[in-house]
Every structure is written in structure tokens, then in C-alpha cells.
Design a protein around this ligand. Structure first.
Ligand code: NAD
Length: 294
């Protein structure tokens, strides 16, 4: 058996096209959806992530306000800036690229963002709303994974979903969303304290890898026909590659292909969906604020 490879780029493109149409409708009303993108320092991976987000916004007919701050920026300075952006009616969403330098408290900074502009869905109010199944912004990567899963010809209700990784931005929200009443999956959340990870993974109808460990999940850990979603993006050294590294997922793609029913590639799977979901959230924020619900 060889798995069907899920085309995340194509799925993301479809969503981006829809966002573009709705953004044009907002512009007609005189509203240009705008995301403030704050980057502190010059981490190369972060620089490339924010660049990709800003480019995607422009392509969708939306705007970004690019704010680059030096590594030495103080927490107070950053909080004051977020306060200004919260009050600025031309800004609909605020994104602070993580990680922040060690001298700045990430929790404090995220908590300072107005939840109406929290398009990353990381604010404690957004997280609480998610858990309580109330309206609010959902985090982009988990939302992207769910959107891909919904496109597959499989029934989520009653399925056993195994999530590997318990981070606040991927694993935990995914586990939470999958067991919502409207999705109704049965969820197992695995982490570094899990005994016999391979056995847990082999029970999965839907296996989501978000551990940040290249090749952690091998074909032998996958149930025949399972849907495998690989969130992992790991840089592994490759002297033959132009940049000296290549991207590898948490799943050993070659051996997993032989067992899975569906699988996402890395790159070209979850990554493009994350950006598409961010665009969708920015658009929603602008629509809500335009209607005075922000
Ligand atoms: P993280 O390091 O914050 O969390 C990783 C989690 O995996 C931890 O909770 C840990 O308990 C668990 N884990 C680690 N090793 C394990 C092991 N051997 N067995 C079982 N559990 C293990 O990472 P994160 O921010 O959640 O990101 C996870 C991966 O997803 C990374 O590779 C990251 O680059 C990638 N990512 C991709 C996107 C995207 O858009 N595609 C977005 C966010 C993160």
C-alpha cells in the first residue's frame, strides 16, 4: 500500500483565493485589513517566517505593518508598542513572532494583546474560549491541521486521534479541538513522559506528529491506512543542499508511505496551511472590527 500524499500547498491556495475575494469586499467598504508583525532580534528562521507571512498578506490584498526591533528592546518598550497597536483602528491583528529574547516575558507580552486582535490565538482569553467552545481566534497550525483532516474522506467522529507533542501552540490545542462535540474524535495526547510511544501511535486512526524530532515516527509505528499529519519542521544538516540543511518532518516519510492511508509531506503539508489560516484570522478580525464587534 502506498499512502495518498496530501497537497497542503493546493489546499492552502484554495483558502487564500477565498480570503482574497473577501478582502477585496472589505476594501470596497474602505477597510484595508492590516496585520502588525513584530519581530524582535534577527533570528534567521524567524526572519524567514515573518517574510513569508508578510508576502502572503500582500498577495491576498491585505497589508502588514512590519515592525523590526533590535534584540536589546526592553519588555516595557514592547508592551507600550502593543498598547498603541491595540488602540490603532487601522490595525486589525497583532502578531508577535516567537521566540522573544530571554529578557522579555513571552506570557506578559501575549497577554497584552487585545483578544479582538489576537490572530495567533495565543492569548489566555483565546485559549479559554477555545476550551469552552466559545467564539474566538483559534491557533493557526492546529486549525490548518483540522482543515486538512476535514477534507479527507474519513469520519472524525469516533476515530482515535493520537497527538504526539503537548506544546501550547500545537499539541495541546489540537488535542482539545479534536475532542470538541462537533468533531467527536477520541484523543490520546503523547509527550516525553509517555510509556511505549510506538504502541500508542499504532492505535491511531489519525496520527499527528508535533514533537520537533526528525524521523521520530517510523512506518512500523503507523496503523495500516491511518491518516498521518506531520507538523514537524526540523532543519537537518545536508552538505549537498544550497543552504547546508534541508527540512525534515517528525515522520520518517519513506517508511510511513508504505503504511499510511494519507500523509502530509514536509515541506508542502501543514506549513502552507498555517499561513492560510493566519490570513483567514486576519480577515475575520478585520470583518468583525468593521462590524463593530471587535
Ligand atoms: P515544542 O518543542 O514546544 O514541543 C514539542 C513537544 O513534543 C513537547 O511537548 C514534548 O513533550 C514532545 N516530545 C518531544 N520529544 C518527544 C518524544 N521523543 N516522544 C514523545 N513526545 C516528545 O514544539 P512545537 O512548538 O509544538 O513544535 C513541534 C514541531 O512542529 C517543531 O518541529 C516545529 O518546528 C513544528 N511546527 C510547525 C509549524 C508549521 O506551521 N508547520 C508550526 C509550529 C510548529
Amino acid at each position: 500500500m502506498s499512502a495518498i500524499v496530501i497537497d497542503g500547498k493546493a489546499a492552502a491556495q484554495k483558502i487564500r483565493a477565498g480570503v482574497k475575494v473577501r478582502a477585496a469586499a472589505l476594501r470596497e467598504k474602505g477597510v484595508l485589513p492590516c496585520l502588525a508583525v513584530i519581530l524582535v532580534g534577527e533570528d534567521p528562521a524567524s526572519l524567514s517566517y515573518v517574510g513569508a507571512k508578510e508576502k502572503a498578506l500582500t498577495e491576498a490584498g491585505m497589508a502588514s505593518r512590519d515592525i523590526r526591533l533590535p534584540q536589546s528592546t526592553g519588555e516595557g518598550e514592547l508592551l507600550a508598542l502593543i498598547g498603541q497597536l491595540n488602540r490603532d483602528p487601522a490595525i486589525h491583528g497583532i502578531l508577535v513572532q516567537l521566540p522573544l529574547p530571554a529578557h522579555i516575558g513571552e506570557d506578559t507580552v501575549i497577554a497584552a494583546i487585545d483578544p479582538a486582535k489576537d490572530v495567533d490565538g495565543f492569548h489566555p482569553f483565546s485559549v479559554g474560549s477555545m476550551v469552552l467552545e466559545r467564539p474566538g481566534f483559534l491557533p493557526c497550525t492546529p486549525l490548518g491541521v483540522l482543515t486538512l483532516l476535514r477534507e479527507l474522506p474519513l469520519t472524525l467522529a469516533g476515530a482515535h486521534a493520537v497527538v504526539v507533542g503537548r506544546s501550547n501552540i500545537v499539541g495541546k490545542p489540537l488535542a482539545n479541538l479534536l475532542c470538541r462535540r462537533d468533531l467527536n474524535a477520541t484523543v490520546t495526547l503523547c509527550h516525553t513522559g509517555t510509556r511505549d510511544l510506538a504502541a500508542r501511535c499504532r492505535e491511531a486512526d489519525i496520527l499527528i506528529a508535533a514533537a520537533g524530532k526528525p524521523g521520530l515516527i517510523s512506518g512500523g509505528m503507523i496503523k495500516e491506512g491511518a491518516a498521518v499529519i506531520d507538523v514537524g519542521v526540523n532543519r537537518v544538516a545536508d552538505p549537498a543542499a544550497k543552504k547546508g540543511f534541508r527540512l525534515r518532518g517528525d515522520v520518517d516519510f519513506e517508511s510511513a508511505l508504505e503504511r499510511a492511508g494519507w500523509i502530509t509531506p514536509v515541506p508542502g503539508g501543514v506549513g502552507p496551511m498555517t499561513i492560510a489560516m493566519l490570513l483567514q484570522n486576519v480577515l475575520r478580525a478585520a470583518e468583525q472590527q468593521e462590524q463593530g464587534h471587535g
